[in-house]
Design a protein around this ligand. Structure first.
Ligand SMILES: Nc1nc2c(c(=O)[nH]1)N[C@H]1C(S)=C(S)[C@@H](COP(=O)(O)O)O[C@H]1N2
Ligand SMILES: [Mo]
Length: 501
């Protein structure tokens, strides 16, 4: 029993590393089929996002932008690999401690998974299995050491690498089959014609200038922002939307119930509060859905319920002012986006869209619940993380083209401007420190969408700074005072420096 291990600590560390990776791969395989969000790396990443202090997450997102999630997952994977190597090296002299540590890691992953909103007790399985695989692997290695079976070393690494590769391959396969089933459900949906079609903006909604964002952004190019490490896969046959809280009667709707109701179609521009000045976390689409006010009215909301909390299948929440939902604007439960059922990334099968509010306080994707409550009683996801309770969207404008270079002579400068629900009444462009020139605006049907603008600039050689400024539908000019995105949206004017010649 007490024979000295033959291999050097380095070999033990390698064995630990491979055992950890094999465990992780098998854990992911189990999760891939049943519960992707419970996969050890997904659950741990989700948990880190939930517990990390605000200042740290803001610093990180500012540093790496939307690469935050892939980087976080990679970091955790490297951490697990390093821990595996450490535990392997430790097992050589302190096997008991090493075994306890592996069990501890398994429990940590299981705890991370089971505490994710919307995941049940079954979520512990992938991480626990991962720990068992790692334990069994190192036990095998240990036994081989004690019997001084030199030859077994090759077999150990060969088998574990094979198991890991097979599990990764099968998970990859599962990660395609699962979404394919959801995609098939989605494609089987025939969206009815709207009862109340969108008003066409007019003959020139889109200037079609090269480099200018189109009036309606195609679904595949539409910006995506959410906290989901693994996009929720909602089974539309069992999906339902529950209306509850401070209401006279609770109501539940199936997807077919919603499709069978009066459907409105509206062009609405969605914007993210964390969009920096000149940024692209904003997009316009044609949404098809059920008027939110009509549906809520059937439940009989209490007059005291000033907050509508919408909840997604993965537990994310947004809190919107009930008053705005009932003030006549086209707040809706969207089922269609640009003529298609909602894409999975954008909330399949149903999401909320409320014109005039940033996404974090209105645009819940993978919607499952609407709860009438008060702002005093409940703080939604981003409110507990330092962002403001709902405030109007800030008037913004952006230069899309040119961004860096242009030839001399006439150059069409163009971009988009938005101030949802108030609308845009004017856009002006300034070259260097000159006068403000008024720009041509594209047609708009409502104030709920952005408008394109363009200006024919007589560009002269050299470096020039272009600055844009919008005026909203109330006649209020976009402020030039710079403010960061926290807590209620960035302000300031967008400028680009263009080299002409
Ligand atoms: N379930 C869920 N819905 C969500 C979010 C989220 O993290 N989870 N993010 C919101 C935010 S911050 C924005 S800006 C919009 C973005 O919608 P999009 O990804 O369709 O552009 O979705 C909103 N809905
Ligand atoms: Mo957002």
């Amino acid at each position: 029993m007490n024979s000295t291990p033959t291999d050097a600590p380095r070999a033990w560390a390698a064995a630990g590393l491979v055992a950890a990776l094999a465990g992780l791969a098998v854990g992911h395989l189990i999760a891939a089929f049943a519960l992707p969000r419970a996969a050890p790396l997904s659950a741990l990443s989700d948990a880190v996002i939930a517990v990390v202090p605000l200042s740290v997450s803001h610093w990180f997102i500012e540093l790496v932008g939307t690469a935050d999630k892939p980087l976080l997952i990679t970091g955790i994977a490297l951490g697990v690999a390093a821990a595996g190597a450490g535990v392997g090296a430790l097992w050589r002299t302190r096997p008991r401690l090493a075994r306890s540590l592996i069990a501890g890691f398994g429990l940590l992953g299981a705890a991370a998974a089971v505490t994710r909103p919307g995941l049940g007790a079954g979520a512990v399985v992938p991480s626990l299995v991962a720990a068992v695989v790692a334990l069994a692997s190192l036990t095998w290695w240990d036994r081989r050491e004690r019997t001084r079976a030199e030859a077994g070393r090759r077999a150990f690494f060969g088998v574990l690498a094979g198991v890991a590769a097979a599990a990764v391959g099968a998970s990859w396969w599962a990660s395609r089959v699962g979404p394919a089933a959801i995609e098939a459900d989605r494609e089987a949906v025939r969206l009815p014609e709207p009862d109340l079609p969108a008003t066409e903006p007019g003959p020139v909604a889109d200037f079609k200038v090269e480099g200018l964002t189109p009036y309606r952004v195609p679904n595949g190019e539409f910006y995506r922002i959410d906290t989901a490490i693994t996009v929720p896969r909602v089974d539309v046959d069992t999906w339902s939307l529950r209306v509850h809280g401070m209401v006279d009667r609770e109501l539940t709707f199936s997807f077919d119930d919603l499709l069978g109701r009066e459907l409105i179609e509206r062009d609405i521009t969605l914007a993210c509060v964390s969009n920096p000045v000149g940024g692209d976390l904003v997009g316009n689409a044609r949404w098809l859905g059920v008027r939110l006010a009509d549906l809520l009215a059937e439940a009989g909301p209490s007059a005291e319920a000033d907050q509508l909390v919408s909840r997604s299948s993965d537990g994310w929440t947004a809190g919107s002012p009930t008053e705005l939902v009932f003030d006549g604007r086209d707040a809706m439960i969207a089922l269609g986006m640009n003529g298609e059922p909602l894409p999975v990334d954008h909330g399949w099968p149903a999401r909320l869209v409320i014109p005039g509010l940033y996404g974090y306080v209105s645009a819940t994707k993978w919607l499952t619940e609407l709860e009438l409550t008060t702002f005093d009683a409940y703080d939604a996801y981003w409110i507990t993380r330092g962002w403001s309770t709902p405030r109007p969207i800030k008037t913004q404008s952006r230069i899309d083209t040119p961004r860096t270079r242009a030839g001399s002579g006439e150059v069409v400068v163009a971009g988009v401007a938005w101030a949802q629900h108030r609308g845009i009444s004017a856009v002006d462009l300034r070259v260097d420190d000159g006068e403000w020139h008024s720009c041509e605006l594209s047609d708009a049907a409502t104030g709920d969408t952005w408008r394109q603008w363009r200006y024919a600039w007589d560009a002269t050689e050299g470096e020039h700074r272009l600055t844009v400024r919008a005026t909203d539908g109330d006649g209020v000019e976009q402020t030039e005072v710079s403010q960061g995105v926290l807590p209620d949206g960035a302000t300031g004017l967008h400028s680009v420096t263009v080299k002409v010649g």
